[in-house]
Design a protein around this ligand. Structure first.
Ligand code: HEC
Length: 106
């Protein structure tokens, strides 16, 4: 009996660890949904006719751009608009989004 309880507890702890770790990983595809209206489903559009085609940017360039919009150190005439889009993203979100966008180009 005692062993059954112990192994059940172990199973629960392992399951909890797996669920916990996946929910901590930000999903770039889900985060990108709100960007697609301006940048295109595959990052293929110049947003509002102004931005670069982001699918052509490298992961590092995208990360620099997003973090720059957050702290105001990057961007052109419409950087205020982008600041609103990315202000709430965590560092993990930015990393997941950058990886996702850089992988969009076929
Ligand atoms: C309402 C339209 C709109 C939405 C939604 C939007 N963007 Fe943008 N994005 C723009 C515009 C306009 C620019 C150019 C801003 C400027 O003047 O620097 C831009 C620029 C960028 C750039 C840099 C490209 C360059 O020209 O240097 C990146 C990267 C980017 N956006 C990523 C995102 C991500 C990621 C999201 C979603 C979290 C997002 N955008 C949501 C309109 C939008």
């Amino acid at each position: 009996m005692k062993t059954t309880i112990t192994s059940t507890l172990k199973t629960l702890v392992i399951a909890g660890a797996i669920i916990g770790s996946t929910s901590l990983m930000a999903d770039g595809g889900a985060l990108y949904k709100k960007c697609a209206s301006c940048h295109g489903q595959a990052g293929e559009k110049p947003a509002l006719g102004k931005s670069k085609i982001i699918q052509n940017m490298s992961k590092d360039e995208i990360t620099t751009a997003i973090n720059g919009y957050k702290d105001g150190s990057y961007g052109g005439a419409m950087k205020g608009l982008m600041k609103g889009q990315v202000a709430k993203l965590s560092a993990d979100d930015v990393a997941s989004l950058s990886t996702y966008i850089a992988g969009l180009k076929k």
